[in-house]
Write a protein that binds this ligand. Structure first.
Ligand code: 2OM
Length: 237
């Protein structure tokens, strides 16, 4: 299955009417910036943002530097930020987590699906109020996810479709699962896929089914993050 779509859409409200805006992931690579210090994060961004425009930051950096790091990155670099907080609580708490994260300047946020419809809907609605979006995490890339998450991940994907969610996370390390999830969410949905590089996934294979690959350690632990990134881009073009 060849997938040429390289965009994910965000919803904006103008005069109470919903419009989808298109967000592009440059070179189909999202940098997972799981470093712990701002100085390191900025150094990696200075070396890589010529080749990418979307990054994912999570607990590693925000717990170490505080959530204002999201705002600071937005002020200093021309990147879209996906906040990987894997939101997984009751609806009322989820709403607060999503609203606060997006108000710090994140463009979207990753939300767990296994918590169910009410919890996920609270995230979706909180994001939409801010004209932003969520990514629904279906199945995970690590081996341990096979025990509890795999048996329900296709149902999670279907729930996302039923709720009108357009953006998904699905694993690069399990191509058969990624393919199945693509079949469920359809070609119009946007799938980002972690697990390329250190976890064993291959970017070119992953992008047969996903719209963008999430890559962390292979890039930020590399002696030359820009050269590593350039080589990955060459491998998929
Ligand atoms: O990094 C992979 C990145 O993707 C890390 O930030 C992980 O936390 C994240 N991630 C997964 N697997 C998932 C979900 C999750 P590296 O690895 O199933 O390239 O260094 O392995 C995510 O993206 O939501």
């Amino acid at each position: 299955m060849k997938n040429s779509k390289k965009y994910y859409s965000d919803t904006i409200l103008i005069k109470n009417k919903k419009y989808n805006i298109i967000m592009k992931v440059k070179n189909q690579i999202i940098l997972a910036l799981d470093v712990e210090k701002k100085i390191k994060a900025f150094s990696i961004l200075e070396k890589t943002t010529k080749y990418l425009d979307t990054i994912k930051i999570g607990y590693s950096l925000t717990l170490s530097e505080g959530p204002k790091i999201i705002t600071e990155i937005k002020e200093n670099f021309n990147v879209k930020i996906i906040a990987d907080f894997k939101v997984a609580d009751i609806d009322a708490t989820n709403e607060k987590i999503v609203r606060n994260t997006l108000n710090y300047g994140a463009d979207s946020i990753i939300v767990h699906g296994f918590v169910g419809e009410d919890s996920v809907t609270a995230c979706k609605e909180a994001a939409e109020k801010l004209n932003k979006d969520i990514f629904l995490l279906t199945e995970m890339s690590h081996p341990g996810a096979d025990k509890f998450l795999k048996p329900i991940s296709l149902d999670i994907a279907q729930m996302g479709v039923d709720l009108g969610i357009k953006n998904y996370v699905a694993p690069a390390t399990k191509l058969d699962r990624l393919k199945k999830i693509r079949e469920i969410v359809g070609q119009d949905s946007f799938i980002i896929s972690p697990g390329v590089g250190v976890q064993g996934g291959v970017a070119k294979e992953t992008l047969k089914y996903a719209d963008a690959a999430i890559i962390g350690r292979s890039i930020y632990n590399s002696e030359s993050p820009q050269d590593t990134l350039k080589n990955i881009i060459k491998s998929i073009s």
